[in-house]
Design a protein. Sequence first.
Length: 459
Amino acid sequence: MVVSQTALNIAELIEADKKHYLHPTTVPKLFVENGPKIIFAKGEGVRVTDVQGKSYIDGASMLWNVNLGHGNKELAQAAYDQMTTIAYSSSFYGYSNEKAVRLAEKVVSIAPGDLSAIFFTSGGSESNDTAFKLARFYWDLKGRPTKKKVISISRSYHGATVSAGTATRIEGFHSFSGSKDPDMVRAKSHLTNCELGDRNDPNYEGCIRDVIEKEGADTIAAVILEPIQGAGGVHVSPDGYLQAVKALCEENNILLIADEVICGFGRTGKMFGVDNWNVVPDIMSVAKGITGGYAQLGGVLISKEIRDTIVQYDKILGHGFTYSGHPTACAIGLKTIEILERDNILENVNNMEKELKKGFAYLTDKYRYFTKSRAVGLLAGFELQQDREADLPFAETVRPATFVVEQCFKRNLILRAADFEKGKDIVAIAPPLIINKEEISEMINIIDAAMTEFEKTVK
Ligand code: PMP
């Protein structure tokens, strides 16, 4: 009786989902035909369970955000304590609240260099839109109102709001609905050699330096970069790249925005992604890991120079979100950072990176199609290629990354495929930062089995 009742409830839930819930980043037509792939019910540590009771390792930390794993009671308690103290308080018109202040102070204390103030948002897209606005506003205040353009690089993901979506260089997101911020300019990423091309071509795309020269530094407010590109396929900045872009920005009076939405708060084994290269950006966007996914919170850190300039402004700052500095989200953020520091989570990330790399070495030896594995902390991935020696991809019809991710899913491991680009078949791995050695080997064993299955289809 209980079982059939549950089955009935699930069937009804699926029907309601198909009918009333328009899902983000999902194929609508397939969704209304097939319904949800999975309905998550609960989670504990690195594992999640669906409504049918099937358990999975969350090898993607959902959307690279559940950094402290699921079911963390301390974070829940921090939320409960705050919610029962005051439901919400505004940060507009000079109003403030203790948790937002304490979190601002804390984040600034762990942030690199002279980043000295934070503007709170509700997530990564809002953070990047805010970063663009603050960069443009800063130049207005400096008497340089022509500096409005923002350069972003190929394969970057910066969000889904109009400006962040335009800065995003993954087709589909970039052009969705045709709403665009006209002041976004694209440059080639560090994965591409820079041929100069024809600068009169409207689709001209050079490297950052060439784009600055072509557009004119006096029109450019900022360059935005992810220290390690996430959604674009876990592309790690080569050593020296961020330093070179920073120097280029300084040379041209352009602000450097680091999009730390994925990298921030320990994901890469350092507190922030830029710390891997000792680069201090002028502006830094954060979200996701700041609360480990337990609440919607983001923020934009600004350098002392930008902060000192903005605080001279004597009119209302025409920017803000209802949930900027939400006390519950900030209480969770504070607790998240406390746990990261108290439990030496970064040390675990660095140790688990080594375990993951051992697993990658084993898979590289065993499978000729397994290649280009990388891991910086627990931001990791590998590629599938027809001929890795010759750097030859599989034919477009093969979709090996999607196949391997599906095979892992069947074996109760959730990973993510990044194969939106022709010739790039990438599997991304980003488990919660609290993962242990046994759980890493469980993941590797599942990938091993999925690769065996894939090999069968190729032979
Ligand atoms: N920047 C990066 C690097 C991201 O990965 C994401 C989200 N995947 C965003 C920005 C946007 O964040 P949100 O979805 O919270 O708006």
